[in-house]
Structures are given as structure tokens and as C-alpha cells.
Design a protein around this ligand. Structure first.
Ligand SMILES: Cc1ncc(COP(=O)(O)O)c(C=O)c1O
Length: 353
């Protein structure tokens, strides 16, 4: 990948495409995806259904489209409520997807690191019914959390929330952009995590390193309806097998590498937690995301972000005090040491850089 930064920690989408992946894409057998005739897409859908224990699936260009299409299917009418954490990616980083495209009403829960409890769900659903009250229709969670800092939802919390939601006749949706990070870190299978959910999707362009591509899965009836909105949103993909091949390659070759990515992220987190002026509990680093708080009289997170860019290192300031780091397969042991050294230097001698 061409990047002006030597060390790109902005996102795990910013890792290079390997030669092996490119070669595999070149050889992909392709067909008409819209007619269900692309053999490579069909193979990817079969593999994903097996992995997630779902009946049916559909290929999508992006995770954002998976969220948008799924929410459209799971909500019944304009103005319905989707319950989700206040940090949800679908809320903040999708150009107003929920109100703008789904025409739904987000109801936010103040979770901890992107994770909320059954009690919090109960308390937001306690509103009395009424003809002028927006109907709660969907509970959505992110496994792992992104702007929550890479936290893993405990499986029992997911089961309890989904059981309660189903008793209340709500649908459940999992944004699994980084579900495999949770699988690798916890040892809980993707199928176990996906089981309580009506809809779940996984992304191949994050930890698995494909150029793009996501798969949304659920029941046959759900996926049939999802196709309607996929077309409506311009998601008919024609010869998509060339992309599905990259996703298959990522599953077979890059999935096992997440373990090593997590180890390096934890190592960096430990190092950073020792720097004066940084608040970070290294135990909070469960996968490949670090959120660090800058506690400094003159350095805001955006200033640290800019100073790091001057050294060729890209991170993301997500608030005035918080810097986000996401590690991926390209990050080496040497990079970890360099990022630590540069952040220490900036905090210790802010006037020199
Ligand atoms: C948790 C989460 N959901 C959804 C998305 C959107 O995925 P995409 O970039 O494939 O549209 C992202 C992207 O980073 C994400 O982190």
C-alpha cells in the first residue's frame, strides 16, 4: 500500500496487499454475482455461513453497507429505534447512516469501553408504549468495540442481552468488523458469538488484509430481504469473485496472524503505560486497539498526532485527550519500539519537536 507514513496506525485497513493475495485474486474464477453465479463469491458465502453458523449470507463491498442494509431489514418502519452504544461506529463514522438512510432513531447507551449491560438495556427499554413513541426494534453491538478501545464483549452478556431482546420482540445485530480479533483473543468461536444474533457481518479488509469486502449473514428470509436493499444502495457487484478471492485468501492465510498482532499491541500498550503524562491501563488492551489518554498541560491529542506525523507515524486523535492506535500485520517489533520512543520523546520534551 502506498502511504506517506512509514508506520501507519490509523487503522488495520491500512496494511499492504501481499503478493500472495494479489496472485490469488488474479486467478479467481468469476461470474455474475447478482444472479448468484459467481463461484468464488459463492464459496466465500458458504465458508462464512459455516464459520458463523448461519443459514444464508450475502457479499457486500463494505461493512457500512452491511450495517445499513441490515438495519433497514430489521427495522419495520421509519422512526423505529435502534439501541446501541454511544461510541458505535455506525453512529459516528457513516455520514449519518442511521437517521439519513435507515430513517431510524438511535437510542444511545452509556457503556463502558463500548460495552453495555443487560440492566442498561432494560432501563432504556422501560419507556411506556404509546402511539407517539418510537418503537425499539433493534439492539446492535460491535464485537470488538472500535471507539470503545478494542474491548471484547463477554459471550454471556451477549446471550443475556439477545435473550431479553427476543423476549421483547426486538431484533439483534452484531457489527463484526473485527469479530475475528475477539475469536483469536478469547478462544470463543465465531459461531458461538454469532448464535444469539439475527444478523451478523464480518469484514475482510480489517485484520484479514483484503482490499475490501464484507459478508452479512442471517436466516434465509433475512438475506432475501437484504438483497432488496443491497440493490437499492447500488450493491449489485457483478464479477465480484476477484474481491471474494482476496477475502478467502485472508481467511486462510492472515487469520492466524492476528495472534501475533495482538501480542505486539499488548507490548506497545505496556510500554506506553509507563510514560508520564499517559493514562492507560494495559489490561484494557485485549486485541489490536489502544486508546490512550494524554494528560499534559500543553499537549492535546491532536498535537501529539501531528508531532507523530512529523516522524512519519500516523495515529488518530479521537478527542482532545484521546489518541487511538490500531495495529495490523505490517507492524514490526522495531516499529513498536520506535512508536514508544517517539511518543516518550514528544511527552518528555514537547518543545523540541
Ligand atoms: C466497528 C466498525 N464497524 C463498521 C465499520 C465500517 O466498515 P467499512 O469501512 O468496511 O465500511 C468499521 C470501520 O472501521 C468499524 O470499525
Amino acid at each position: 500500500m502506498t502511504s506517506q507514513y512509514r508506520i501507519d496506525l490509523f487503522s488495520d485497513t491500512n496494511c499492504h496487499l501481499s503478493k500472495g493475495m494479489r496472485d490469488y485474486m488474479m486467478k479467481a474464477d468469476v461470474g455474475n454475482e447478482v444472479a448468484g453465479e459467481d463461484p468464488t463469491v459463492n464459496l466465500l458465502l458458504e465458508r462464512t455461513c459455516d464459520l458463523l453458523g448461519k443459514e444464508a449470507a450475502v457479499f457486500m463491498p463494505s461493512g457500512t453497507m452491511c450495517n445499513g442494509v441490515s438495519f433497514r431489514v430489521l427495522c419495520k418502519r421509519a422512526g423505529d429505534t435502534i439501541v446501541l452504544d454511544k461510541t458505535a461506529h455506525a453512529l459516528h463514522k457513516a455520514s449519518g447512516l442511521i437517521p439519513g438512510l435507515v430513517h431510524a432513531n438511535p437510542q444511545l447507551i452509556d457503556g463502558k469501553r463500548g460495552i453495555f449491560t443487560l440492566e442498561q438495556v432494560k432501563s432504556v427499554l422501560e419507556n411506556p408504549d404509546g402511539y407517539n413513541v418510537s418503537k425499539p426494534r433493534v439492539i446492535s453491538i460491535e464485537q470488538i468495540t472500535n471507539f470503545g478501545g478494542g474491548a471484547i464483549w463477554p459471550i454471556q452478556t451477549l446471550i443475556d442481552i439477545c435473550d431479553y431482546a427476543h423476549k421483547k420482540e426486538l431484533n439483534t445485530h452484531m457489527d463484526g468488523a473485527r469479530l475475528f480479533n475477539a475469536v483469536i483473543a478469547s478462544g470463543v468461536s465465531a459461531a458461538e458469538y454469532a448464535k444469539p444474533f439475527d444478523a451478523v457481518w464480518i469484514d475482510f479488509c480489517k485484520g484479514l488484509g483484503s482490499p475490501m469486502g464484507a459478508v452479512l449473514a442471517g436466516s434465509k428470509a433475512f438475506i432475501e430481504e437484504a438483497w432488496y436493499y443491497k440493490f437499492q444502495q447500488g450493491g449489485g457487484l457483478h464479477k465480484a469473485g476477484i474481491l471474494a478471492a482476496a477475502c478467502l485468501y485472508g481467511l486462510d492465510n492472515n487469520l492466524p496472524r492476528l495472534q501475533e498482532v495482538h501480542q505486539k499491541t499488548k507490548e506497545l500498550s505496556k510500554l506506553l503505560s509507563q510514560i508520564d503524562g499517559i493514562h492507560l491501563n494495559p489490561d484494557d488492551t485485549e486485541c489490536n486497539i489502544i486508546l490512550l489518554e494524554i494528560v499534559h498541560p500543553r499537549l492535546q491529542a491532536s498535537i501529539v498526532e501531528q508531532k507523530l506525523k512529523n516522524f512519519g507515524i500516523r495515529t488518530l486523535a479521537v478527542s482532545s485527550t484521546t489518541l487511538r492506535i490500531i495495529c495490523h500485520m505490517d507492524i514490526t517489533e522495531k516499529d513498536i519500539q520506535e512508536v514508544y520512543a517517539k511518543i516518550s520523546y514528544i511527552l518528555e520534551t514537547p518543545d523540541n519537536v
